[in-house]
Design a protein around this ligand. Structure first.
Ligand code: NDP
Length: 241
């Protein structure tokens, strides 16, 4: 992967940060995107990452920021659409804002970002797009109609993009993590988390690095025949054929 340029949205914390480290360990130059948490971003800068602040839900911001990153690092070869949020509520209590916020960041964010880099990838004959979906986009989850819809949408997006990119050397794959020990999961009430853990056959949460290793392989030159796939990394919690 030496010489490749990678951009990881939501790369300053949690799963995205682990992916940024894994890509850099394989020789890529990595930019990370964040939205608000300056302390986490500064830590990334101190570690030598190019950290850029913008909202992946805003097309114009994505356009300007990707141009800036490409000016500084070069054309983006590897895009990891990892930024995501939750706004949980059962549907009968869900506000339009909670619905729209999640769709805008978790699903439209992937369009907004991929649209900026896809033409360059196609013209250079190489690209890797990795979308971080979720187990809950595969099986559904009480209180997450917005999030599950966005994450299931990402899987359809991935399959379609894979078909469009194949001839041009651009692969697109999704990873559907189960429950991973990050700030997002730390926000789940302890009683709910205990119940979730009891449903995971390996009897623990996953670690961000366990997602990052898969993402780094999918980003590598060796993974050119893998496209349109969704990788369930969930400790056996939900098994698909
Ligand atoms: P975290 O909440 O720990 O980190 C989220 C990251 O996304 C942060 O860097 C945050 O920036 C960034 N971000 C959020 N909104 C935006 C935005 N609008 N524009 C740009 N950046 C944004 O998340 P996780 O590491 O837990 O999750 C990463 C991905 O994995 C998400 O898509 C999530 O849905 C998915 N996932 C997570 C699971 C888990 O168990 N943790 C399970 C399955 C899927 P800032 O720091 O500035 O807020």
């Amino acid at each position: 992967m030496a010489g490749r340029i990678a951009l990881v949205t939501g790369g300053t914390r949690g799963i995205g940060l682990a992916i940024a480290h894994a890509l850099r360990a394989q020789g890529a130059s990595v930019a990370v995107v964040y939205n608000a948490n300056e302390a986490a971003a500064q830590k990334c800068r101190d570690e030598g990452f190019l950290a850029v602040k913008f909202d992946v839900g805003d097309f114009a911001q994505c356009q300007a920021a990707v141009r800036e990153v490409e000016t500084r690092l070069g054309g983006i070869d590897i895009l990891v659409n990892n930024a995501g949020i939750t706004r949980d509520a059962t549907l009968h209590k869900m506000t339009p804002e909670a619905w729209n916020d999640v769709i805008r960041v978790d699903l439209t964010g992937a369009f907004n970002m991929t649209r900026q880099v896809i033409e360059g990838m196609r013209s250079r004959g190489f690209g890797r797009v990795i979308n971080i979906a979720s187990i809950n986009g595969q099986k559904g989850q009480f209180g997450q109609t917005n999030y599950a819809a966005a994450k299931a949408g990402l899987i359809g997006f991935t399959k379609s993009l894979a078909q469009e990119g194949a001839r041009a050397g651009v692969t697109a794959n999704a990873i559907a993590p189960g429950y991973i020990a990050t700030d997002m999961v730390a926000a789940v009430p302890p009683a709910v988390l205990d119940k979730i853990k009891s449903e995971i056959p390996v009897a623990r949460l996953g670690q961000p690095e366990e997602i990052a290793r898969c993402a780094a392989f999918l980003a590598s030159d060796d993974a050119g025949f893998i496209t349109g796939a969704t990788f369930a990394i969930n400790g056996g919690q939900y098994l698909l054929g």
